[in-house]
Design a protein around this ligand. Structure first.
Ligand code: PMV
Ligand code: MG
Length: 367
């Protein structure tokens, strides 16, 4: 596209089960896309610029003839810079010329008033949104290129964050409910840092251990999301858990197996269309995460999360979603009529029910 503009919409995500364990190859997680979105508008401009709805100022950056992005050096732009760099590198390898464009990001994945994050995967959605927008703007039909988007986004995310399973990226790209096994992170890091592979070759290869499959929830099950009003830095907790894992392999292995058993139970519950089994699986996963807390000494269940789960368990079962330590928790219940009671009890305890549902749509061009 030489002139004009287009808009990409990307759903946020909620981790449902398998947190932390999914960082290890061979251990699954369940994740769903949710109906809150990040939108990215890309349009023709005279210079490269980017703006974010929550920060009024526009930031300019430059592209060197070798494809390097100059500017965007503020830490808050690290995901944006990595996403732009990867998208442009890919286009250059494909022989596509790149001329200046403006990018405008609108992020519904944060609390509108405070700007605090809910834990709905805004950095992953941002990376997916920017890569999708730049590729679509240059003529690539992104709806047909989900696997390409997923892989490029993982590469950019890994470069910016250095950790992260990619489950959030899978939800943002594909939409719906997903059972996810991470790629072998050492393999990918080695390919990126040590070998001279270009992006084209890297995304064309099959990535060891990676598996993304759709699942369908049992008909008789509902879920609710509650926000604790506290944000946490996932990468900080993940670094601590990874350090623990290196020193305490045996204990961590026990956690991994407990988590896997819970997630497999969740998948089986979906296959058998059994709401009751979903409740059991969520409970099992909570127990595994409590064991992780015990062995690491980290506080993953805050007092708000404990309260959220206590109420959830009166109606079904609950756990934190994501890294814990704040953000959101989830409740699953079979009796739809009880949803309102659950919400009221959460509100009384200072937990904010979020009106979230799954989004069956993944990243897509809407205009
Ligand atoms: O806090 P969230 O919603 O970004 O989820 C983190 C989940 C972890 O398994 C702890 C990390 C990851 O990248 O999967
Ligand atoms: Mg989180």
């Amino acid at each position: 596209m030489k002139n004009g503009s287009l808009i990409i919409r990307v759903p946020g995500k909620l981790m449902i089960a398998g947190e932390y364990a999914v960082l290890s190859s061979g251990y699954p997680a369940i994740v769903t896309a949710v109906n809150r979105y990040l939108t990215v508008k890309i349009s023709t401009g005279s210079k490269f610029k980017i703006s974010d709805s929550s920060k009024i100022s526009k930031v300019e950056w430059m592209l060197k003839s070798n494809g390097d992005v100059i500017g965007l050096d503020d830490k808050k732009h690290s995901f944006i810079k990595a996403a732009i760099t990867v998208a442009i590198q890919y286009l250059r390898e494909e022989g596509v010329g790149v001329s200046p464009f403006h990018i405008e990001i609108q992020n519904e994945l944060k609390d509108i008033i405070s700007g605090q994050k809910y834990g709905l995967g805004s950095s992953a959605a941002c990376v997916v949104g920017i890569i999708s927008a730049i590729l679509a703007y240059h003529g690539i039909e992104i709806e047909k290129e989900e696997f390409l988007l997923f892989k490029l986004s993982c590469i950019a995310h890994l470069k910016a964050q250095g950790n992260g399973s990619g489950a959030d990226i899978a939800a943002s790209v594909y939409g719906g409910w997903i059972s996810y096994y991470r790629y072998d992170a050492e393999w990918l890091t080695h390919r990126l840092n040590v070998t001279n592979l270009n992006l084209h070759d890297l995304v064309s290869m099959s990535w060891p251990c990676l598996s993304i499959s759709r699942i369908t929830l049992p008909a008789r099950i509902s879920f609710m999301v509650g926000w604790t009003k506290h944000s946490v830095r996932t990468s900080h907790l993940v670094n601590k858990i990874e350090a623990f894992q290196k020193e305490n392999k045996k204990e961590y292995e026990i956690f991994l197996e407990q988590s896997k058993a819970a997630v497999m139970e969740f998948i089986r519950a979906c296959d058998l269309n059994s709401g009751e089994r979903i409740l059991k699986a969520i409970h099992k996963n909570r127990t595994a995460l409590q064991y992780l807390e015990d062995i690491t000494g980290l506080q993953l269940e805050t007092k708000e999360i404990i309260e959220l789960c206590r109420i959830a368990e009166k109606y079904g079962s609950g756990k934190f979603s994501g890294a814990g330590g704040g953000d959101c928790g989830i409740a699953f219940l079979i009796d739809k009529e009880k949803i309102e009671d659950l919400k009221q009890e959460w509100l009384k305890s200072g937990i904010i029910p979020l009106e979230l549902q799954s989004s069956m749509l993944g990243a897509a061009q809407i205009v």
